[in-house]
Design a protein around this ligand. Structure first.
Ligand code: LLP
Length: 430
């Protein structure tokens, strides 16, 4: 619990607010963000670019946590954001994100979604495939509009991460493959299209990456591609977008590079390669998602039942689970758990914290040391700020949790808890 605040009562606190008071006031499960931690991460990413005096944009990958308040915060902090659906775009616009700072990603953007993006006048669309170019062209023609695009390529680099979240390899469903010549073919089509302006190129090698190596390799591939295209087509990229995937700490043993180190390594690699080929320095864009929000939140749960079979199992059940955090079940993701009332008490037992869903795989944390717990105790699982709420479901007709933003000792409810009636809003009956 190093990254945790402990207040004068000896309780866990989040953004200066007592975790027990949060649970009392807003109920559980509750996802509580410490806003100052998000701001600190933003600052660290930016700092490396400011120090290097390089044109840049930090684009928040909003799939990690998408809520109106979050887009508002991101807008205020001067970042861009990436959206991957009409729903995220709608939320971003409602949250007050300036359209020109929005970029649109995805391997199967629907014509209706593309149209929405064109109508909103967003900053750019990251084109992913030939069908999308056709869809977009039809829309732009009909509206006599133009759009800035960034060409997404699959650079053929495998990041060392879980196979479900690695995306840069050749057999990925995302982007134009470089080696087979698809990417070049796409470039030619785009250059000849007067309605689309190619602003730059993009790659994303994967997620929860701890080291700079993969990014440095990606930079080399991307800049050599820029050089080839410069020679052949006099193409000059305004933007080199290197995607996101910067790892975060879920458990104490995790040791990802710091945001400023990731950024500095990327900047150095781009500078070096651009210099080698004598190219013009493009603006560097990065798309951090989890590294901005992951460590900033903890989820609070109330302990209910327990099951002990001596020598076999010790289960402590909480009032949430895979409906608010699918990551352990889906990616075998590891977390810690802390007793909010006495985080520093002697850890007298090793238990498995399970949820309330009707699945044996509904395990939040395996074999975690905790003090003896009782029904009604509040457990905190840290580092749940990314891909928790956004991947939440109503499985077993459990309502989705509430979310609070905490800062300087004050909590603000930014997403209210779902009600049973909310869940029936679309259910029309017979
Ligand atoms: N840019 C692109 C094009 C992406 O596809 C992603 C993530 C990001 C940026 C942000 O990656 P991040 O910095 O958050 O790692 N649900 C999975 C993660 C899926 C990530 C998909 N793309 C999880 O919970 O681990």
């Amino acid at each position: 619990a190093d990254s945790f605040e402990i207040n004068r009562s000896g309780h866990l606190a989040i953004g200066g607010v007592d975790a027990l008071e949060l649970a009392q006031k807003y109920g559980t499960p509750l996802i509580a963000y410490d806003v100052s931690k998000i701001k600190a991460k933003i600052k660290h990413f930016k700092q490396a670019f400011i120090d290097a005096q390089i044109p840049y944009r930090v684009v928040y990958a909003s799939k990690a946590f998408s809520a109106m308040a979050m887009y508002q915060l991101i807008a205020e902090e001067g970042l861009g954001c990436d959206v991957v659906s009409g729903g995220e775009l709608f939320t971003a616009l409602k949250g007050g994100m300036p359209p020109e700072r929005i970029e649109f990603h995805g391997n199967n953007k629907l014509p209706a979604e593309l149209e929405m993006a064109v109508d909103a006048g967003i900053g750019c669309i990251v084109v992913d495939n030939f069908q999308e170019i056709t869809f977009l062209d039809t829309i732009l023609r009909a509206k006599q509009a133009t759009m800035d695009v960034i060409l997404r390529v699959a650079p053929g680099i495998e990041a060392e991460t879980h196979k479900y979240i690695s995306t840069g390899q050749e057999n990925s469903k995302f982007g134009f493959d470089v080696h087979s010549g698809q990417a070049e073919k796409a470039l030619k089509i785009l250059i000849e299209n007067p309605r689309m302006r190619v602003k730059g190129i993009h790659c994303h090698i994967g997620s929860q990456i701890f080291a700079a190596k993969g990014f440095v390799m990606a930079v080399a591939t991307m800049v050599s591609l820029l050089n080839e295209w410069h020679e052949k087509y006099a193409f000059e990229a305004e933007v080199l977008n290197l995607g996101g995937g910067f790892g975060t700490r879920y458990v104490e043993q995790d040791e990802p590079l710091a945001p400023e180190t990731f950024a500095a390594e990327i900047i150095a690699a781009v500078k070096k390669n651009v210099h080698t080929y004598g190219l013009k320095m493009p603006a560097i864009w990065i798309e951090p998602g989890r590294s901005l929000v992951g460590e900033a939140a903890a989820t609070l749960y109330t302990v209910g039942s327990r099951k002990d079979v001596e020598g076999v199992c010790h289960f402590v059940s909480v009032d949430g689970g895979m409906g608010d955090n699918i990551r352990p079940a889906l990616y075998q993701a590891k977390y810690e758990a802390w007793l909010a009332s006495r985080p520093h008490a002697l850890q007298e037992q090793i238990v498995t914290v399970v949820g309330k869903y009707c699945e044996s795989g509904d395990i939040l944390v395996r074999d975690v040391p905790l003090p003896i717990t009782h029904a009604g105790d509040i457990l905190a699982i840290p580092s749940t700020g990314a891909y928790g709420y956004t991947m939440a479901s109503n499985y077993n007709r459990n309502p989705r949790p509430a979310v609070v933003f905490c800062e300087n000792g004050t909590a603000k409810l930014i997403i209210r808890r779902e009600t049973y009636a909310d869940m029936l809003a679309c259910d029309l009956g017979m």
